[in-house]
Design a binder for this molecule. Sequence first.
Ligand code: KE4
Length: 428
Amino acid sequence: MTDKSSQSLFEEALRYIPGGVNSPVRAFKAVQSDPVFIARAAGSRIYDVEGREYIDYVCSWGPMILGHRHSEVTAAVQEAAEKGTSYGAPTALEVEMAKLIVDAFPSVELVRMVSSGTEAAMSAIRLARGYTGREKIIKFEGCYHGHADSLLVKAGSGVATLGIPGSPGIPHQLAALTITVPYNDTDTFIKAIDMHGPDLACVIIEPVAGNMGVILPRHGFLETIRDITRRYGILLIFDEVITGFRLTYGGFQNLVGINPDLTCLGKIIGGGLPVGAFGGKGEIMEKLAPSGPVYQAGTLSGNPMAMAAGITTLNILRRNEGNYDILNTKTSLLCNELQKLFDHTQIPVCINRTGSMFTVFFSGHEVYDFAGAAKSDTELYARYFRNMLANGVSLAPSQFEASFLSLAHTDEDIEKTLDACARSLKTL
Ligand code: KE4
């Protein structure tokens, strides 16, 4: 373990890494803090380089559903490493992972492994464009599908109009092919279809949004999207990078009985190692090289260590169907008790939860789209985050992220979290 502090490590990191981090949200800018450098983790806890212990609700942004350093996952990775770390050739592990995914997702007949959620979404969109011969896509405001150019696009001037770059470096011509629609806004979605339907290759959506904070689809929203896209020959892509194996042993699609044409996965299926996947109908997936003309590739796709970690994680989730009830019950208890604490202090919050993912929005209104999420008091969230961190609880360092429970979170963890919250609210 390093003998350096988070502060000294951050100062050094800034000399070699843009912003001192390898992914922006870790810089804690949204909560006006300097980042905490983590030395190790086990179960529901993470430990910073100065030895401080935190109850962890980030869970590496979703993958650690079993908790950190699960003994069987660690052993599987060690065993895989003993055989070498990468071959650049097919392995039995990739077949086993593919079979697990196909067996868990009725909508998935073939699946391709990649190394990140960004790759999964980027590749799924290229496949949709190649399969349909069309170029435009629809995404939803506040949904995040990784940082591929076509997806870092924000709504144009009017609603459902052609997109504009959401970041420097994205060609306007490309951004213009992405139409952004408000989440849960069926009328505007239909308007966008009326305007662009014959030119649309796909619609991509987080069936439960996690990247503007947790936002659930309103009744009929997803069903309408599925019905209309089917009628227009537009591929429907469910981005289940977060929700895949988070809410049930499969996807949110299993719970709502909707079959998208393509599904993106990541996070949990890698057990904490770099992973992504996209899969769907065989006739679509067969268009991918080498069976078809749509090119997609990856040096470390299906990496044996990532497969070993992911397969072990999925097998543990699968062998006890009660796991999801445990996760849901614990998260429901936590959120209900958090609500009571906030109600007691008259601080208006909207707590959105499904399964073991949740967000405390510092807003007095129901939050059902990005505009609503954006009305949250992010300053207050930042103060809450800092107080909770000081009280030994690690939450998502942004109002617009999801927090997660793992199977390692105990009733004692929940109690300690509620105590930390009560103390944190006193000095908010
Ligand atoms: P990655 O490329 O970060 O593996 O996955 C991109 C991605 C795709 N789809 C969804 C629904 C996602 O949530 C993500 C990534 N999630 C963020 C957190 N909300 C990753 C954390 C980060 O960017 O550091």
